[in-house]
Design a protein around this ligand. Structure first.
Ligand SMILES: *Cc1c(COP(=O)(O)O)cnc(C)c1O
Length: 380
């Protein structure tokens, strides 16, 4: 069955000896815009491509504001700062995520609290969140929610749209509204993914994207913050550009700022990639459908987009029967020139976060044991 699967993957990428998990594609205006950017000399922190990029993100996602960032991790860090998350407060996130989510929480000095994911979406589970808060949290007269045992304020919840599949984010919104907790969406993996017709990242108070080289579209390194809140957007722009007081020649900074702005040369690349986005999405969906047909009625299950969602199918995933079979498949496929990889080691098991607070994490554990990502690049 492994051989049959690997052979099928090879038929989907026929001209490659080694099939990577996800490769970037530069088949549009990338070179043209990057050369134009170099010729303009505006390669750095100001320039028309940064403004264009932000405008295009606004148009595409339907968010009111976008702020370009140097990468997705910086975007997450900034999202927490502008949402008012402070040192020693609690931030709830899922244990099944890329390390950047947890690192950004650590930059704030906040405390991690892990709540389980749903099996179908692989994103933070509204039921598990509600259950955890009902048992362990209390809303005080100041209107904020505190942890019953540690007495810390629960400042934010950060769900992640895993591999581009949207989490049940509308339910998360209503839970967070009830408890007056900020909802920040880590939409790093989900540009082009919609939940109930709305783009991921537009449900919470702030959403963040990554445009790293392995993502659906890339600026080399890059990220963005989106929000509908003008105050938050202005503050994010100000803090990502060294907190400079606007003036024609005077150089005054009135706060500790960050150099988190995306360079214009990266934005040039991004503008070209955004022109390709819809084509990439269709192309990836076709591949996902081929996988879906192939794995129908097989012991290995293909992970399909959840209900009410349109997924970008960033990384396609399959579920094997158990950890033993997963490991055998990883071994076999990687030996055969087909790159596959297990999901990230759960965050609560890493040395840095092993003492963090946790709810019941059965679903995340099951996915960690059984899930494997398979090649998902746009085919040209
Ligand atoms: C890629 C990614 C990030 C971080 O993005 P960078 O641009 O690499 O800093 C954050 N969160 C998740 C879930 C990601 O997959």
């Amino acid at each position: 069955m492994f051989k049959q699967t690997v052979d099928f993957i090879k038929t989907q990428f026929p001209f490659q000896e080694f099939i990577p998990l996800h490769e970037p594609r530069f088949i549009g205006n990338e070179k043209k815009y990057v050369i134009d950017c170099i010729d303009s000399t505006f390669v750095s922190s100001v320039g028309k491509y940064v403004d264009d990029f932000e405008k295009k993100i606004v148009e595409y996602t339907g968010a009111k504001y976008a702020v370009a960032c140097v990468n997705g991790t910086a975007a997450l860090h900034m999202a927490m700062i502008v949402s008012g998350v402070k040192k020693n407060e609690i931030v709830i996130t899922q244990p099944l995520s890329f390390i950047a989510t947890c690192n950004a929480i650590a930059y704030i000095g906040a405390a991690h609290l892990f709540v389980d994911v749903d099996l179908d979406t692989m994103g933070l589970s509204p039921e598990k969140l509600q259950h955890y808060l009902s048992e362990n949290a209390i809303k005080k007269v100041d209107g904020f929610t505190y942890h019953k045992t540690t007495k810390q304020k629960i400042a934010a919840v950060i769900p992640m749209h895993t591999f581009g599949h949207p989490a049940r984010v509308d339910e998360l919104v209503s839970i967070c509204a009830n408890y007056n907790i900020a909802l920040i969406e880590d939409a790093a993996e989900s540009i082009g993914s919609f939940y109930k017709g709305k783009h991921t990242g537009t449900f919470g108070c702030v959403g963040t994207f990554s445009f790293n080289g392995n993502k659906t579209i890339t600026s080399g390194g890059g990220g963005a913050i989106i929000t509908n809140d003008e105050t938050l957007a202005k503050r994010a722009k100000y803090l990502t550009t060294q907190a400079k007081v606007p003036h024609r020649w005077d150089f005054v900074h009135d706060e500790i700022g960050y150099n988190y702005r995306m360079p214009n040369i990266n934005a040039a690349l991004m503008c070209a990639q955004l022109e390709q986005l819809n084509y990439f999405l269709e192309n990836k969906r076709t591949l996902a459908n081929q996988y879906k047909d192939f794995f129908k009625d097989k012991e290995i299950k293909f992970v399909e987009e959840p209900k009410d969602s349109k997924s970008n199918y960033w990384l396609c995933a399959i579920l094997l029967a158990d950890k033993k079979m997963r490991d055998e498949f990883l071994q076999f496929s990687n030996d055969s020139g087909v790159m596959t990889r297990p999901v990230w080691r759960l965050m609560n098991k890493l040395e840095m976060f092993k003492d963090a607070m946790c709810g019941n994490l059965d679903n995340a554990q099951q996915l960690e044991d059984r899930l494997v990502n398979i090649p998902s690049s746009v085919r040209i």
